[in-house]
Design a protein around this ligand. Structure first.
Ligand code: LMR
Length: 401
């Protein structure tokens, strides 16, 4: 029997919490774990532009035949434009893109590709980082390591330690950087710091792999791409794993992309051929529906403008609820950092790295059915005017404030 002695695997650090949340019978339960946007009513809406695009696709689609291994050219070109906004790079022959099943799919394909063409490489992730990075890259056969990123005592980026560590990484190794809305800390480099990161990465001949899952959720679609674009100006080679889960709300359509910049068009062609063999041996070709939605919206001036407004509305709600959360803690005399709660409004994106301990997180779940990732990462996009008081009362209790 091959299954009789199989050990039970631990639940996933993020999605496992949603499983536990779904099984929780407490009507007052709150899910602040997985990075999924919720509106003021606690719903994860389908964007209006997505509905419009779907109506259009229902009328216009004539086949469900396979897509090309790297996806449709119209989709991958739209991805390149949104990320790099650089027609000269897109036309140079140095940039190739494949449509992948979500951002996680892009990371896994990147890992498989690196493992195939550059097997001895170590891939360096920030400490802390998204709870799934390590598992994805190790599953691809890569060795992982960490570089310092966050100063827990100061509730902010530990930039000097980060640069000092990057300066010691051997040439040719891969460094995973979060383009914006760093997951889980919400602490991003400034434009000046991105310049320094890009210069260091270029001087050390490191290969950046940028995880770009939250474009539009920090400051806007354009400013959030500044880090990627700064890197692209400095380094000859890079990879970008991007996702439309959040900014198009296409979570379950698994809509992402892997873009690769190579030093020459010939190198890009060779890498693209390898990328296609990696994809073919994995999921063969991408799921089409999410990509068709994105292509339809980005290819129509009116829909695109409306979509930009929808992204801005999600971003504004998150920033507003950060203020509500910080204020509600202040009103209860709860200080999550020694310098108060202002750090909550300085963080970018969906997450607030709260500083709550594992024990406190565990008590919030056990006693009040409030679900937060074990690292203390709170999805503030799951908060609203109704649940903030309940959440803050529970936090006051577990922090003993
Ligand atoms: C998260 O960090 O919660 C999201 O990226 C969703 C996921 O797949 O973990």
């Amino acid at each position: 029997m091959i299954f009789d002695n199989v050990q039970t695997a631990p639940p996933d650090a993020i999605l496992g919490l949603t499983e536990a949340f779904n099984a929780d019978t407490n009507p007052a339960k709150v899910n602040l774990s997985v990075g999924v946007y919720q509106d003021a009513e606690g719903k994860t809406p389908i964007l209006e532009t997505v509905r419009e695009a779907e109506k259009h696709l229902l009328q216009s689609e004539s086949s469900k035949s396979y897509r090309p291994i790297p996806g449709d050219a119209a989709y991958t070109r739209a991805v390149q434009e949104l990320i790099f906004d650089d027609p000269s790079l897109a036309d140079s022959g140095r940039l190739v893109t494949a449509h992948t099943p979500g951002g996680t799919g892009a990371l896994r394909v990147a890992g498989d590709l690196l493992s195939r063409i550059h097997g001895q490489v170590t891939i360096h992730v920030s400490d802390p980082t998204w709870a799934n990075h390590d598992a994805v890259f190790r599953a691809a056969g890569l060795t992982t390591a960490t570089y310092p990123y966050y100063n827990a005592a100061a509730f902010g980026l530990d930039f000097d330690a980060m640069i000092a560590a990057l300066e010691k990484i051997p040439a040719g190794d891969v460094v995973v950087l979060h383009a914006c809305c760093h997951n889980p800390t919400g602490a991003d480099p400034t434009p000046e710091q991105w310049e320094q990161i890009a210069r260091t990465v270029a001087e050390r001949q490191l290969v950046p792999l940028v995880d770009f899952a939250y474009q539009g959720f920090a400051e806007g679609l354009e400013p959030d791409a500044l880090g990627v674009r700064t890197l692209a100006r400095h380094v000859p080679e890079m990879l970008v794993a991007s996702s439309f889960s959040k900014n198009f709300g296409l979570y379950n359509e698994r809509t992402g992309a892997l873009s690769i910049v190579a030093a020459t068009p010939a190198a890009a062609d060779a890498v693209f051929s390898q990328l296609k063999t990696v994809i073919r041996a994995n999921y063969s070709n991408p799921p089409a529906h999410g990509g068709s939605i994105v292509t339809t919206i980005l290819g129509d001036d009116g829909l695109r403008r409306q979509w930009e407004q929808e992204v801005a509305a999600m971003r504004d709600r998150i920033n507003g609820i950060r203020q509500t959360f910080a204020r509600a803690l202040d009103e209860r005399g709860v200080n999550l950092s020694p310098k108060g709660n202002d750090f909550i409004t300085r963080q970018n994106g969906m997450f607030s790295f709260s500083g709550l301990s594992r024990d406190q997180v565990e008590r919030l779940r056990r006693e009040d059915s409030i679900y937060i990732v074990g690292s203390g990462r709170i999805n503030v996009a799951g908060m609203n005017e109704q649940n903030v008081p309940v959440i803050c009362d529970a936090i006051r209790k577990v922090t003993g404030s």
